[in-house]
Design a binder for this molecule. Structure first.
Ligand code: ATP
Ligand code: MN
Length: 467
């Protein structure tokens, strides 16, 4: 009778020492001499490998030949305390079954260090590396943390549609969804494409944000959050933009911008603490391998209050820096949409901690944000983080029907698509606020990875939809 398998994450339990165990996994390395061979086996449950000790008195060289990096095994044997450094216990192999071989000539993940670019080209295999195993275990844990945080605060997880016929933030960056025959498009007398024959009877796209529907829910259930895929066809080839990313969008009735800032700060700190408490082995590995200041940066965020200041004050600081000789690639003036270099200057050089900037010029923010009395700014808030720049964008929402309609008209947003949204302001309107956190931006921060393509299993970016 064969033994029940023990996951490697559970094998380092002292109570198992002295028992017969069965472990299964993929070979990371094999080394040794003609008396004894050592196989490092990993099953993905933890960054740690279990060492399999193979006595050549019990196994022939011929039997061991297929055991190369990447091959998959089932091993039974006695779990013993280890003499070697760096591991607490090891398995003395008594029975080895080889599930699958991995030809060393063609298996790309041999021992030598690979560049991140190379690993992106083999995204179907990269989860088998220590680095991506760590990143994707952390990704899972962050998703759990997010649901736990909101659930414990009494927020409801609300599912907003991925296919939408309304454009939340302005046209141009949406992926169209259609079943029309693109070789035979019907046009009207003005030469515009006719969508009445399309699947939804009108032009439809993949969503850029669940916010508008989130507001409908918040003005009914009180406090909700969304957590799902979001699509943007922006052609920005940066280390911080994906065409398909995951966004978390809480929306809360009766919250003003200060409540919104408090929520954002508490939320991010909860997630960062969760990573340190629940993924320490993986975080430590990434810290030691890639980014020696990672743990220090994560702990730093937990200790400090985020700086809160207005966009106007922020611009003043940046202008003073320019006057003092600091060189930015892009110009700084009141009204400019801040570039990542500006955001990072405020966070990394000026304040040396996370910053929440509020009250941006209305021209560079969305139509639904609450208008301030000055007539120039809106109650927007962006949370800016070290190494990342903008990690959260949010606002208090305009609750006045008249002001909102006026703004929609000024911006020439088609009113006919907005009737259901405007009903929230027509019937029992309330102050409310919310924000969007890019899940992969949070992961960049927590893992210390430098490129957003390396914190999502299969990145979608311009000219890239492989796998
Ligand atoms: P940015 O200025 O960095 O392009 P944005 O202002 O367009 O971002 P918002 O519309 O405010 O972004 O979206 C809310 C959050 O979603 C951002 O703060 C960011 O964390 C995340 N986000 C936005 N666009 C992307 C993208 N293309 N890829 C990954 N995350 C994104
Ligand atoms: Mn934003």
């Amino acid at each position: 009778m064969s033994l029940k398998r023990t996951k490697i994450v559970d094998i380092f339990d002292a109570s198992l020492v002295g028992q017969q165990v069965c472990v299964k996994g993929w070979v990371r390395t094999r080394r040794g001499n003609k008396n004894v061979q050592f196989v490092a086996l990993n099953d993905g449950s933890t960054i740690k490998n279990i060492q399999i000790v193979v006595d050549l008195a019990k196994f022939s060289e011929e039997e061991l030949k297929p055991i190369t990096t990447g091959s998959s095994l089932c091993v039974e044997g006695l779990l013993v305390e280890s003499q070697g450094k760096g591991q607490t216990c090891e398995v003395q192999a008594e029975k080895i079954e080889i599930y699958g071989t991995a030809d060393p000539e063609s298996y790309p993940l041999q021992k030598k260090g690979h560049t991140m670019e190379f690993l992106r080209d083999i995204a179907h295999l990269r989860p088998r590396t220590n680095t991506f195993g760590a990143v994707f275990r952390i990704r899972h844990n962050m998703a759990i943390a997010i649901h736990k945080f909101f659930h414990e605060k009494g927020f409801f997880y609300f599912h907003t549609p991925l296919i939408t016929a309304s454009d939340c933030e302005g046209a141009g960056q949406m992926f169209q969804v259609t079943t029309m025959n693109l070789y035979d498009l019907k046009k009207d007398e003005n030469g515009s494409i006719r969508y009445d024959g399309d699947f939804f009877g009108k032009q439809a796209s993949l969503t850029v944000s669940g916010q508008l529907e989130g507001e409908l829910a918040a003005t009914a259930l009180g406090a909700i959050y969304t957590f799902g895929p979001t699509f943007r066809a922006e052609n920005s080839n940066t280390p911080r933009h994906l065409a398909e990313f995951w966004m978390i969008e809480p929306e809360v009735a009766f919250n003003d911008i200060t409540d919104n800032m408090d929520l954002a700060e508490e939320f991010i700190k909860y997630c960062v603490k969760w990573a340190l408490d629940n993924c320490y082995d993986d975080v430590k590995f990434l810290n030691d391998m890639f980014d020696k200041e990672l743990i220090e940066r994560l702990e730093g965020v937990l200790k400090q209050d985020f700086v809160r200041l207005t966009y106007t004050e922020g611009i003043k600081i940046l202008e003073e820096a320019v006057a003092g000789g600091h060189k930015f690639e892009f110009p700084v003036y009141w009204g400019v949409d801040l570039a990542s270099e500006h955001e990072r200057f405020l966070v990394e050089e000026h304040f040396k901690r996370p910053v929440i900037l509020t009250d941006y010029p209305k021209e560079i923010k969305a139509f639904y944000m609450k208008q301030n009395e000055d007539g120039k700014t809106v109650r927007a808030m962006d949370v800016l983080f070290p190494k990342i720049g903008e990690i959260i964008g949010g606002s208090e929402r305009e609750e006045s029907y008249d002001k909102l309609v006026k703004r929609i008209e000024e911006l020439n947003i088609p009113m006919k698509d907005m009737w259901w949204y405007l009903d929230t302001r027509k019937f029992g309107t309330v102050p409310h606020s919310g924000f969007g956190l890019g899940f992969e931006r949070l992961l960049l921060f927590v893992t210390g990875m430098a490129n957003i393509r390396d914190v999502i299993p299969f990145p979608r970016t311009p000219n890239n939809a492989e796998f």
